[in-house]
Design a protein around this ligand. Structure first.
Ligand code: ZN
Length: 154
């Protein structure tokens, strides 16, 4: 096996570990206190459900957010990774990172936002393998679309 291929295998394994970890131990699960916005969605293809709660402050920052959900490991991991990535961030960051994430999954684009830490970058890129499975695209993107509808709600 050439070095580059074994490096790729290691990366795949790392990505898989991240997804399994978030799927089994989702971060920010439940209903956060004093939420100002929320939205929910249901993926009928797979049976996944997600409900996002967030607390926007007057500086348009997400002070707190959480989710309730059930479904496949991809959908739970994606929602968990989402909450970890956008908590404490402002809306311009959130819009950019969501666009990047959805573009990565749907259009196989690279993440372009440059304000992520290397760890955050690895974590959100861990879901990039879903590109190869059109049936699972919705599992991975649902929470991110739901976050944007929650933000847009008055
Ligand atoms: Zn699913």
């Amino acid at each position: 096996m050439s070095e580059s291929i074994s490096g790729l295998m290691e990366l795949k394994e790392l990505y898989q570990e991240i997804i399994l970890d978030h799927g089994k131990n989702p971060r920010n699960k439940g209903k956060c206190e004093g939420f100002t916005n929320d939205a929910k969605a249901h993926n009928t293809l797979c049976g996944d459900k997600v409900h996002i709660y967030l607390k926007l402050n007057k500086d348009k920052k997400i002070e707190d957010l959480s989710f309730e959900g059930e479904g496949c490991a991809i959908s739970l991991a994606s929602a968990s990774i989402l909450t970890e990535t956008v908590k404490g961030k402002d809306l311009s960051f959130i819009t950019r990172v969501s666009d990047d994430f959805i573009n990565m999954i749907k259009n196989k684009k690279k993440i372009t936002i440059n304000s992520l830490t290397p760890d955050q970058m690895t974590t959100i890129t861990s879901l990039s393998g879903v590109q190869e499975f059109p049936m699972r695209v919705k599992c991975a993107t649902m929470a991110w679309h739901t976050l944007m509808s929650a933000i847009e709600k008055k």
